[in-house]
Design a protein around this ligand. Structure first.
Ligand code: NDP
Length: 328
């Protein structure tokens, strides 16, 4: 008899998610059938989107999320014992899967020391950075990019890709330690938005030639202030709005539509799961950049399945530098 532990969502989140919104429960797993395998979590992901993806249908069910897991029993020829996979198994220690929508990890890329990157730089956030930035911002050498949430999993990759493309990069992050990190990655300007004072004046000072591209992870005041400072024909990629996720009452923002109109801006949202067939293209190029030392990444590791909530909550208090992952 095999048992698994998992986090059930007990109540809908209001404001910042609370530990009491979850309950860790034990589950007895049935034997696997033909075509199935049993996998044990090795690395688990916590991501900002999880905040918004919990809804009434999630209540009483396992918390959603991706993990890297090791196949420990198998009756599926495509997944052998010892293989590593990435799948949306949720916050749980063991999972029975039939292999549907599961990525088998190529061990020549995802070596023992790089397994967790399947959840980060060579996983969902990396694909977001690469595809959303290159497709929508369409960078040209010498142009200026502003990126918010710059020291996170997506933002830190976006800034470096822009540097590889010959752009000037200005990043905003929430601590002096993060600012130092961004400078070490080659960002031209890195600003601690919590201590900077006026955002408008900071942008005028750090972007003397205006802003050609804006990659937004944060939304809110950043969006309202940056849009009017964009150059003619600027491109804006919206992948996130983390400043808004925990608000109990939506904020009213500045009306920026006249800037979008007058400057003929392209403003486009992007959801990485709509682009699954193109993830390998992103990982191939990014893997090459990593090997050449042009693209660096950091992971903030929380030890232990029992501490998953703390890792998740840390996303909203800025605890993570780079990708937040949990080692089971
Ligand atoms: P991060 O690794 O950037 O972690 C979240 C970071 O957001 C925190 O470390 C914190 O950094 C910052 N943050 C938290 N609260 C606030 C706030 N109120 N105001 C400003 N910054 C805040 O997460 P990801 O890189 O994984 O994701 C970044 C964004 O991209 C998120 O909005 C996420 O939802 C979105 N996303 C969208 C995808 C898509 O397909 N559309 C795919 C993947 C991610 P700091 O200390 O700097 O404040």
């Amino acid at each position: 008899m095999t048992t698994a532990r998992k986090y059930n969502v007990e109540v809908l989140f209001t404001g910042v998610p609370k530990k009491s919104d979850f309950k860790i429960v034990e589950e007895t797993l049935r034997a696997i059938k033909d075509g199935e395998f049993l996998a044990e979590a090795v690395w688990l992901s916590v991501d900002p989107y999880m905040r918004g993806a919990v809804n009434s249908s999630t209540i009483g069910n396992t918390m959603i999320g991706e993990q890297v897991a090791k196949v420990i029993e198998s009756k599926n020829g495509n997944f052998k014992v010892g293989d590593y996979v990435a799948g949306m198994f949720g916050w749980r220690t063991k999972t029975i899967s039939n292999g549907d929508r599961v990525r088998k990890l190529d061990r020549s890329i995802y070596t023992d020391d790089k397994l967790s990157t399947a959840l980060g730089i060579l996983g969902m956030p990396g694909a977001t950075a690469y595809l959303a930035f290159l497709d929508i911002c369409a960078p040209k050498e010498g142009e200026t990019l502003v990126v918010t949430g710059a020291a996170g999993a997506v933002g830190s990759a976006v800034g470096q890709i822009a540097k590889i493309k010959g752009c000037r990069v200005v990043g905003f992050a929430g601590s002096d330690e993060k600012v130092q990190y961004l400078k070490s990655l080659g960002f031209d300007e890195a600003i601690n938005y919590k201590t900077m004072g006026s955002l408008k004046e900071t942008l005028e000072k750090t972007c003397p030639k205006g802003i050609d591209m804006f990659f937004d992870n944060v939304g809110g005041e950043f969006y309202d202030t940056i849009i009017p400072q964009m150059n003619k024909s600027g491109r804006v990629t919206i992948v996130g709005a983390i400043s808004q996720y925990n608000l109990e009452n939506p904020e009213k923002g500045t009306r920026v539509n006249r800037s979008i109109l007058g400057k003929e801006l392209t403003v486009k949202g992007f959801v990485v799961y709509s682009h699954l067939p193109r993830w390998p293209e992103a990982f191939k190029t990014m893997g090459e950049w990593i090997d050449k030392g042009q693209l660096k990444y950091n992971e903030t590791v929380t030890e232990g399945f029992d501490n998953m909530f703390d890792a998740f909550a840390g996303l909203f208090s800025g605890k993570n530098l780079g990708k937040a992952v949990v080692k089971a």
